[in-house]
Design a binder for this molecule. Structure first.
Ligand code: AMP
Ligand code: MG
Length: 374
């Protein structure tokens, strides 16, 4: 049984109400997330300090936070998510002063990138200090660090007074949560508190750059794009795992890459080409499947949505002209399809530059590298 099958079991059990609630999860709504008051975050900060789990909004996706310096707290994250414990966690900080204690050195490239894009959706992998436990880094001698710009996240970390390890607040194998309701679906009864700060801004996880080796290497594309990294650093390499399926015997730089990422319950096929050509190809494929009684879902865009045949379940991720909207809606649409009873999903593809690199990276993985070029 692979990791995904395991996760499906968790989901199935949940669905049938067989899983016992382990604790009461407190839901706290932040009325005005852009002008958050310290007293609204005090209890959450205390839970984190005392080794508990709090889900909170960030500008990328909702995070599931725990004290990054407390190995026992980190273990609780893995248990709540059903995530393999050699998949390392990102430590979140609120200001530059908090970086030093986590790392054994700060290379020039880290200072340049931090100056340009922190606080923001960018994670840096650096050699770890002895203070960071291996339970947080999945046994690695490096630590991934990010300084979020979201005011709730940033202030919560400051008030907690500890670096906060925070992977996405979903069950392992599910799409990352972009609303507090997504978090509740996956985490209710498993964690102490969910802070609801409304829908996130960006919608895909942070860019990860490894600065622990000779050449800066992109491990995961995100809203700080390859183009933006190259503006600051010049040369940046791309980890092969971003481009193609994991190679047999090749040890991925980002340990998370060895696990199958989110895969929808229905088989997803990704089409790539001009919008009109993709629509035509998807219509042909859908017609064949509908004819044999299959239920077909289609992920389309505002520009193409009127071009699809009747009978398919259609969801638009937004306008092609605004890739920010597509990134923002992608995980919510994938989650919706998991709740519908479809047999197959066909998705339109997007240009692979700028934010499109992150969008396509998530889609390619969700499709298990099943791609059709038209
Ligand atoms: P997330 O699922 O958003 O928590 O992202 C965590 C991912 O960051 C992991 O799956 C790894 O791919 C990557 N990561 C975290 N720490 C490290 C590290 N020390 N070295 C390389 N990649 C890391
Ligand atoms: Mg995740």
């Amino acid at each position: 049984m692979n990791a995904i099958d395991g996760d499906m079991n968790v989901l199935e059990k949940q669905k049938h109400g067989r899983r016992k609630k382990q604790m009461e999860t407190k839901l706290v709504r932040i009325e005005n997330p852009t002008a958050v008051r310290d007293e609204d975050l005090k209890e959450a900060a205390q839970i984190l300090r005392e080794g508990g789990l709090v889900a909170f909004p960030t500008e990328t996706v909702y995070g599931l936070g725990a004290n990054a310096l407390d190995e026992t707290a980190a273990k609780k994250i893995y248990a709540a998510k059903g995530r393999p414990s050699d998949n390392p966690l990102i430590a979140h900080i609120s200001c530059m002063r908090e970086l030093g204690p986590l790392v054994s050195e700060i290379p020039e490239a880290a200072l340049l990138l931090a100056r340009a894009y922190w606080p923001g959706p960018m994670t840096l992998v650096l050699p770890k200090s002895t203070r960071v436990p291996y339970g947080t880094t999945g046994g690695l001698d490096t630590v991934a660090v990010r300084m979020p710009s979201d005011p709730v996240a940033n202030r919560l970390i400051r008030l907690a007074g500890v670096p906060v390890a925070a992977p996405s607040a979903n069950l392992s194998g599910r799409p990352s949560p972009t609303t507090a309701e997504h978090v509740r679906q996956d985490m209710d009864g498993r964690i102490e508190m969910i802070l609801d700060g409304g829908p996130v801004g960006i919608g895909v996880e942070s860019t990860i750059v490894d600065l622990s080796g000779e050449t800066p290497t992109l491990l995961r594309p995100g809203a700080v794009t390859m183009e933006m990294l190259r503006t600051v650093l010049g040369a940046v390499e791309i980890d092969p795992a971003i481009v193609g399926p994991p190679q047999e015997g090749l040890r991925p730089k980002a340990p998370g890459m060895k696990y199958r990422h989110y895969a929808p319950r229905a088989e997803l096929t990704l089409f790539e080409g001009e919008p009109a050509a993709m629509t035509a190809a998807i219509n042909r494929a859908a017609a064949e499947q509908l004819a044999v009684g299959k239920r077909v879902g289609v992920i389309c865009t505002d520009e193409t949505k009127d071009g699809y045949c009747d009978g398919v379940l259609l969801r638009s991720v937004g306008a092609r002209a605004y890739e920010e909207t597509i990134a923002h809606n992608l995980f919510a649409v994938l989650r919706e399809f998991d709740d519908f009873d479809v047999d197959l999903i066909y998705s339109e593809g997007f240009p692979r530059d700028h934010l499109g690199q992150a969008i396509m990276n998530r889609l390619v993985k969700a499709a298990g590298y099943r791609e059709v070029k038209v």
